[in-house]
Design a protein around this ligand. Structure first.
Ligand code: UDP
Ligand code: MG
Length: 337
């Protein structure tokens, strides 16, 4: 018997089975959760590892919770966290990441737009040594020309303005190793632009393409206004260039006005004073006021965020929690240790 075997009982020497946590944010998805559960469980059953399916209810007002509780009563591998109200998908996902115990964590939508079958490939890549496996969607199939182009332009702008590389066409559908989850969980900011946080964390990653399915029931919770707010969030969370833009604009306008003033002085000296120029005056005043308001607005956007962060409130409150067997065992092991 070698010295290691002498000190360790046989079962600790045996390699620990890998475990997966699947995190599913749920907001009013009663129409699809059962179907989601069946399809995803079927995929997970084919993988050679332990898993928990962790649903995070983000304050649903339909009977999603009742359905999820029914599912959890029949399957011990299902866990449920009910947040105290609707906090938004970003926070719901973070609540799931905080509570997850698996060696790798997969984030997936409940509406079956993310094909659960891709999980098999995620896990294969993770076993090859990648810390992040992210699904990139091919847009051509689902969206119109305008949406595709504006989104492409937005990401180009965002990547120019910020110094992290936020990949186009990726969402939350991804696998992360425990180390990455730990990194993401350590960022407690309230303005959570998840794509940006994931990119900021770094780690060895690989992208795999998929084509996004249509929603299997219910409606998308992202209207155009919400998408616009998210776009602003992305820029303000990862770049302070717009603040610099205010300075640059101020400088340019001041220089322009100065040149204009010099021109006026010379003109008056040469040709005497003529009482005209009201249109020039009013245009200048309005233009400069506009630029000032714009700059104030930009500063306000950032100040508002500083204000929100300065309150240091918790990200969310949990109203009710039902542990999966994996989470239960992990907690017991921790207590024993
Ligand atoms: N979701 C959430 N909280 C919200 C909005 C959405 O947890 O406030 C969940 C929703 O249940 C779904 C996922 O986030 O599982 C993606 O939402 P949705 O399908 O509405 O977004 P889209 O696919 O249109 O981007
Ligand atoms: Mg969806």
């Amino acid at each position: 018997m070698n010295p290691i075997q002498e000190h360790c009982p046989a079962d600790t020497l045996r390699k620990k089975r890998e475990s997966l946590s699947i995190i599913v944010p749920v907001f009013n998805e009663a129409l699809v959760v059962q179907q989601f559960y069946s399809r995803t469980s079927a995929v997970l059953a084919t993988l050679d590892c332990d898993y928990e399916l962790l649903f995070v209810d983000d304050g649903s007002t339909d009977h999603s919770v009742a359905t999820l509780l029914q599912i959890a009563a029949q399957d011990q591998r299902v866990g449920l966290i009910c947040l105290s109200r609707n906090f938004g998908k970003e926070v719901a996902t973070s609540a799931g990441l905080d509570a997850s115990v698996g060696d790798a964590v997969i984030v997936i939508d409940a509406d079956l737009q993310h094909p659960p079958e891709l999980i098999t490939e995620f896990v294969a890549r993770w076993r090859e040594g990648y810390e992040v496996v992210v699904a990139t969607r091919s847009r051509e199939d689902s969206e119109g020309w305008f949406k595709r182009q504006s989104s492409r332009l937005y990401y180009r702008l965002l990547n120019r303005l910020s110094n992290v590389d936020i990949p186009v066409d990726t969402g939350d559908f991804r696998l992360m190793s425990r180390a990455v989850v730990k990194a993401v969980c350590s960022m407690r900011e309230h303005h959570r632009y998840m794509k940006g946080l994931f990119a900021w964390a770094g780690f060895k990653s690989i992208a795999i393409p998929y084509s996004r399915a249509h929603r299997q029931g219910g409606d998308s919770k992202w209207g155009n206004l919400k998408l616009f707010a998210l776009a602003i969030e992305g820029i303000t969370s990862f770049s302070i260039v717009p603040l610099r833009f205010a300075t640059i604009m101020g400088f340019l306008v001041a220089m322009g006005t100065f040149t204009y003033a010099v021109y006026f002085v010379i003109k008056t000296l040469l040709f005497g004073e003529v009482v005209r120029g009201f249109p020039t005056l009013i245009t200048l005043i309005l233009f400069i006021s506009g630029v000032q308001l714009l700059c104030l607005g930009v500063i306000g956007e950032y100040l508002g965020r500083v204000y929100n962060e300065a309150k240091r409130r918790p990200l969310y409150f949990v109203a009710r929690q039902h542990d999966s067997s994996l989470a239960h065992d992990a907690r017991e092991n921790k207590q024993d240790a």
